[in-house]
Design a protein around this ligand. Sequence first.
Ligand code: ZN
Length: 319
Amino acid sequence: MFNNIYGQLQVKKIISNQIIANNIPNSYVFVGQDGVGKSCTAWEFVKILNCDKNVTTSIDLEPCRKCSTCIKIEKNIHPDVHYINIKKHLFNKKIDIKNLNEYLVSKVIKYSYESKWKILIIESAENMDISSSNLLLNVFDRNYNNLVVIMLTENKEIMAVKHKIIFYSHILFFKPLNDTTLLKWLKLNYPLFVNSSKIQKLIDESNGSIGKMKLLIKNYSKHLYIKEEINNLLTNIRKNKLYISEAFNLSQSISKNKEKTLDYIDKIIDIVSCNINYSHSINILKLLFSARSLIVKNININMVLDNLFLDLLNSNLKI
Ligand SMILES: [Zn+2]
């Protein structure tokens, strides 16, 4: 259950028991620093509740991720699932923050259109207007049973001072993630970084947050990390130590957007161009430029990278 969520065993257990017992509170407050899984848990929970396969009675409590409901939730286009980020003043349905109460009345506080549960996820909930939280509280007073509000906050104290709704909510605490969990995430998303000399420093500086770790990696990537990762990659290819599965994982992790991938390839090109140790540099550069131009032409990035890594593996690079 909640296999996609790193750590947070206690939270997962509590929510799972509530689902199994069919005893879902109207209102939750997820408390914890950014990047420890509050938002991911909320979205997984929503999928489990509404999945067309009726997984709430299954043993593993995993959403199918394939039915139209799971797909709509994933794309944030489900008519019964609403996401609001108060801090960023951004609403999924492009509604201005000043109209939050109007939005709640017209869209959220209504019976469901398609699914069993009507869900509202509010990020940075402590910044919500008091009138909005009171409005939700009044709805709960009227025994509105199929609405679940999940409020995410880093600051329980402000929530408690401002919003009476917290006293009527189930509060769940998300703890910082331990080193083993952070390492597990890193292995899956940045496999080559695991061999880096900076790994312990990165874990220490992440303070138990995957979100913080992502930001640090982004910074590293601008300076040292990416250079080190690429050097590791080229060394592994050269020494025939890169396994195909590892190459595919890498391609998956860097192919998420076009700019990031082009940036990555440009950095490999820089390193290869400046490194006279690569006797087959010209051939490697040809492969890199060809992959680059395919990505610019919007060919499937994942496919291009898979082929690039396979070609690099087959090119027998030698020092
Ligand atoms: Zn589903």
